[in-house]
Design a protein around this ligand. Sequence first.
Ligand code: 13P
Ligand code: ZN
Ligand code: NA
Length: 283
Amino acid sequence: ELVNPREVLQAARENGYAVGAFNIHNLETLWAVVEAAIEAKAPVILQATPGTVKFAGADFLVAMARAAARRAGIPIALHLDHSQDLDMIALCIEAGFSSVMFDGSKLPWDENIRLTRQVVTMARNRGVAVEAELGRIGGREEELQVRAKDVYYTDPAEAVTFVEATGIDSLAIAIGTAHGVYQGEPRLDFERLASIAAKVKLPLVLHGASGVPDEAITRCIQLGISKINIATDLKLAMAAALRETLLSNPEENDPRRYLNPARNRVKEVALAKIRLFGAAGRA
Ligand code: 13P
Ligand code: ZN
Ligand code: NA
């Protein structure tokens, strides 16, 4: 069965490593990530955006994740990523997701707290974990876009108030990462992270982690990040491998043959991230 990621993330926070949360889109990418986690003996979080839920269906995603969990023998959570829509959250909880993110980062402070609390109430009864966001992370993930001028970093004192007022299980923070591919190297505000981590004992979540140099990732984990979201790096690997295979084998029409190299490439990238995060051997 799928696990509520609460304990898994708490253990990561206490022991100084991070759990990889990988955005998946279909059977091939889901299984690629799970194979990587099995090989590393690591707990793992599979996550789907609202766009992916619409594309694949919440019921299919849950069925695939459960089947993977039965085979894998490691803790696997299925998480809804960045939902601004309470109906979408209710639908995913109903379908069997073990974790959800309410992203109220575009809302005024009071509204963010009010709706996040509502999600926490909804999720609690069903044993589902809740992540929320304070501050505003830049870049673009599907229909969610935050322009550079609208980015703002998480305030440490506000983070304390927010966590207490909402009762969430983990907190996504804005410290300079952005969704998607970076133009140049991202500059992260490590001091801000340290001061948030000193005040907030919940697992802290790093979004937009694709394209962040390994040393910066390691530093973030040392400072208290315990869930790391990776989407773009897997998407790039998948698309590149697929393109290569199809271009170099123009006659190939067997989905298993052209999807397998892509699946393997995604697995390799996920495995390298899991090891970088220090999660190997923690399952
Ligand atoms: P990247 O696409 O930059 O990896 O960001 C992923 C993410 O934060 C998913 O919520
Ligand atoms: Zn994100
Ligand atoms: Na990124």
